[in-house]
Design a protein around this ligand. Sequence first.
Ligand code: PLP
Length: 397
Amino acid sequence: MDFDIRKDFPLLEKYPQLIYLDSACTSLKPRQVIDAQISYYTELGACGGRSSHFLGRKTSEKIEESREKILEFLGAKGQELIFAKNTTEGLNIVINGLDYSKRNKIVTTVIEHHAILLPLMKLRDDGKIKLEILMCDNEGKVSLEQWKNAIDKQTALVITNSANNTTGFNQNTKQITKIAHDNGALICVDGAQGVAHHKTEFSKDNYDFLCFSGHKMLGPNGIGGLVCKKENLQKLKPFVLGGGTVKTVTLDKVEYLTNHEKFEAGVQNYPGIIGLTSACEYLKKLKMENVEKYERELAKEMLDVLEQNDAIIYGSKTLENHSALFSFGIKGARAHDVALMLDQQNIAVRSGFFCAQPAMEAIGAKDGAVRASCYIYNTKEEIRKFSQALTKLKALY
Ligand code: PLP
């Protein structure tokens, strides 16, 4: 990776000592993305899809142009993109929007984020679906055999992550998609951790739905989306209704719009959308293949460092299909204490359950863990400093 990119990140300039290893929670934002958001306020400033004055028209054009660019970045040209706050909102639109009257089973795994598990458990507890939650092995892996055994002709939806936020393992969502489709089920991929780090091929991999968050991929907070195969849009019912979603309304009858607009009720996050587009353009320029390659190198350094420091690694200890994200513990130390001690040395990591408590329990981290997650602006030198900090810290226990 070209380390000139570090100069693009104002927070790295403001805090030159900072070693930011919390990108799985949220990534840093480059100046280009921040400037793109500001450009909405300085150049457009109006509502999209409503006002016919020139600023309104320019805003609408910019947003539709952005939608096309984001779809292209995700390998989803010609499909639908519904803007949403984040992955969580996208997942809720899919989970609550499908019809379960003919097929009522949903298959997922224990190793998912609460953004999947909680809405599914609510539907199950309300008696609306049958939920099958696949267990993982102690490395957090679910085999293709398990998926094959669970997905059947009663399955309406299969839902799982492409890259895991607790173990750093990247699942074979392409194969899982095939199993789902062989049984006539739909698949929704939680791309919160995957889209930022790997080339996404929505159409080639034949996904039905894909949810993602801008803030984890160099983009702004409060914007993300749900990519939906065109033919699937009519299978979803919107659950937030309001302005911008309808053709006509009388007090007796509503006629809804039939495209993504039906799901984008109210005035949208225009600066966020423009910033997200800029993040996609930034990553496109770097090339996702280069991002992946560089992160594989960081993952190797990180694994070596954790092993050298006798850390308890939760999840796989090999690099196959592993992101540069590791959850770990230091024997005898509480996860939060480790995080606070690292913070005193300017190293930002996350500690706790990472909004995936059942997953953490399943991989043997029932009291939580520390998570170090890298992105394109991290360097091997930073990982060496992280190693020195761990060595010092370990000596205290
Ligand atoms: N899914 C996974 C795998 C995640 O890691 C996260 C957030 O960390 C989410 C979903 C939810 O993302 P957001 O909080 O941006 O909605």
